[in-house]
Design a protein around this ligand. Structure first.
Ligand code: G4P
Length: 529
């Protein structure tokens, strides 16, 4: 077994391994093609057999990254999973995010674990509400964003119009890395601005196989559509004149977003995107600990939990804490320490997720995601480390906007109910509160969106075997953390209420924005900063 105080990873190999990592999430407004692109990337990296990647929502959603019963039934992606795929010489850690806005808190936590994002935009729809929110989250987290304009095989908005929308909504300058040849509806290739080279695509039926790609000299190759290339080439140059060329520093500093064109369902443009990710997207960099000091990636092992996932599939009805490695080498079997409790944790049961299965994690590097199976006591945001103690900042909690009392319908299952509620709190499915009088009817659950309540109830039934029911929504639409003493005074303002988190932290509930403003005016001192 590895002695965790004498890990030797300060070698050129260690740094080379870290530089090979690309850890990112594909994000988008629902239906822009996130699942389709994820599968197309996996197909290019050949981690799933061709038969496994079938096109069509029902089958596709049951294959790769969506695995929770609730989401399978509803056809939406709720949980996040981490896929490890290899493309050329690069190890890609692809983190999936829930598409639905009701799970934006979960998405935010995943974004805290990545080094950049790939933002998909539907060519026909342009910037949608969730696209804007996600760009905003990336701005707050200083995450570089690669933009992919998807569904170019269908009629859509003019690319330059989309560029204006992106610039206006995000403040990042979109720069074209490639440009579609043939235009929407007749998309059959990509050209690089300022270059004669033309990647000609012959799409394949149903997207289950790689698209046939041929690199041609655009201006001279007579086999190609004669009209498409010159026009695309001219437009690509125009875009470059307007917005400039790709610049590494501007990309990393979030001043630019490189733009790709693709049709994920036909696997068109996916290779160009992957090639760019391997050559130009950032590898893991030092992350700041709680004191604000950057943790060098070649320091001893450290990482943090960004997701706790339960009931992952029928064959593995267990709980997995997903940890993003920030520094050092992870060795299977090494002894780690849990910063929050001080407890030692033996990392015997750790794995990566590969396609639909799992592979045992033996050696992992910064940027990698390791799943710890049934490591009870690990909560979202917790730090694991080896050697000298380090702690990373906690995950920010969203202020819930929906509140409901959840009741147990069969009183004999009190213990299991309490256990289930504690689990839902720990893995961030919902936030849990008690009332001032101790919640005799049942705890209050807080959520950003109603689907969270549905998932919570479903999980209590499936994983803990308890039937529950909700009371009506409480009449509050905003909440803010408070600090005592004097927090109880909040209830003097009409249209407010007070709840407590399990750790005793008081939280104020407000009927609407005006009630919140009123309370802020009257007692600013009780609001936590
Ligand atoms: P999401 O995860 O972002 O929610 O999107 P998802 O991949 O499920 O894709 C949403 C719909 O868009 C799917 O169609 C999918 O096939 C389609 N789609 C994705 N990429 C492309 C593309 O490049 N071109 C075209 N034309 N369509 C694309 P669906 O109607 O929900 O299902 P089905 O068509 O697969 O039956």
């Amino acid at each position: 077994m590895q002695n965790n105080t004498t890990i030797d990873h300060g070698t050129a190999d260690f740094l080379a391994e870290s530089r090979k990592r690309r850890t990112f999430a594909v994000i988008s407004h629902p239906d822009a093609g996130k699942s389709t692109l994820t599968e197309a990337m996996a197909l290019h990296a050949r981690i799933v057999d061709e038969a496994g990647v079938t096109h069509g929502k029902a089958s596709r959603h049951a294959t790769l990254s969506d695995w929770n019963d609730v989401e399978r039934e509803r056809g939406i992606s709720i949980s996040s999973s981490a896929l490890r795929i290899e493309y050329r010489d690069t190890v890609i850690n692809l983190l999936d995010t829930p598409g639905h806005s009701d799970f934006s808190e979960d998405t935010y936590r995943v974004l805290m674990a990545v080094d950049f994002t790939v933002m998909l935009i539907d060519a026909a729809k342009g910037m949608e509400p969730q696209t804007r929110k996600l760009f905003d989250a990336c701005r707050r987290l200083s995450l570089p964003v690669i933009t992919v304009i998807n569904k170019c095989d269908r009629p859509g908005k003019e690319p330059l119009e989309l560029f204006d929308e992106i610039q206006e909504a995000t403040g990042r300058t979109p720069v074209a890395v490639n440009w579609p040849v043939g235009g929407y509806g007749a998309f059959h290739g990509l050209v690089t601005p300022g270059s004669d080279a033309y990647i000609h695509h012959r799409p394949v039926r149903a997207g289950a196989q790689l698209a046939h790609e041929e690199v041609a000299a655009g201006a001279t190759d007579s086999r190609l559509d004669p009209g498409g290339w010159p026009e695309a080439s001219e437009n690509a140059l125009l875009a470059r004149e307007l917005n400039g060329s790709f610049d590494d520093d501007d990309f990393i500093a979030c001043r630019q977003t490189p733009v790709f064109f693709a049709a994920a369902s036909g696997n068109l443009g996916v290779r160009a995107l992957l090639d760019f990710i391997t050559t130009s997207a950032p590898s893991p960099a030092p992350r700041r600990d709680l004191s604000g000091a950057p943790r060098p990636i070649d320091d001893e092992f450290s990482g943090f939990v960004f997701k706790v996932q339960s009931g992952t599939d029928a064959a593995h009805r267990d709980q997995v804490a997903l940890v993003r490695i920030n520094s050092g080498t992870f060795e299977r079997g090494m002894t780690l320490r849990h910063a929050q409790s001080g407890r030692a944790l033996n990392a015997k049961y750790a794995h990566h997720l590969v396609g639909r299965g799992r592979a045992t994690a033996t050696r992992s590097y910064p940027g990698d995601i390791v799943g710890f199976v049934n490591a009870t006591g690990l909560r979202i945001g917790d730090t694991l480390y080896a050697g000298k103690r380090v702690e990373f900042p906690p995950m920010p909690r969203f202020n819930p906007e929906r509140f409901r009392v959840i009741r147990l319908t069969d009183a004999s299952h009190q213990k299991r109910f309490a256990k289930g509620i504690a689990q839902l709190e720990a893995d961030g499915t919902v936030q849990v509160f008690r009332t001032q009088d101790g919640s005799p009817r049942g705890p209050v659950l807080g959520a950003v969106g109603d689907l969270q309540f549905e998932v919570a109830r479903e999980r209590l039934l499936r994983e803990f075997g308890v039937e529950t029911a909700y009371d009506d929504l409480l009449p509050f639409s905003l909440s803010r953390p408070l600090r005592g003493p004097g927090a109880e005074g909040i209830t003097e303002v009409f249209g407010t209420d007070l709840l407590y988190r399990p750790d005793g932290e008081p939280v104020g509930l407000f009927r609407d924005r005006w009630k919140l403003e009123r309370a802020l005016e009257r007692m600013p001192g009780i609001f936590a900063s």
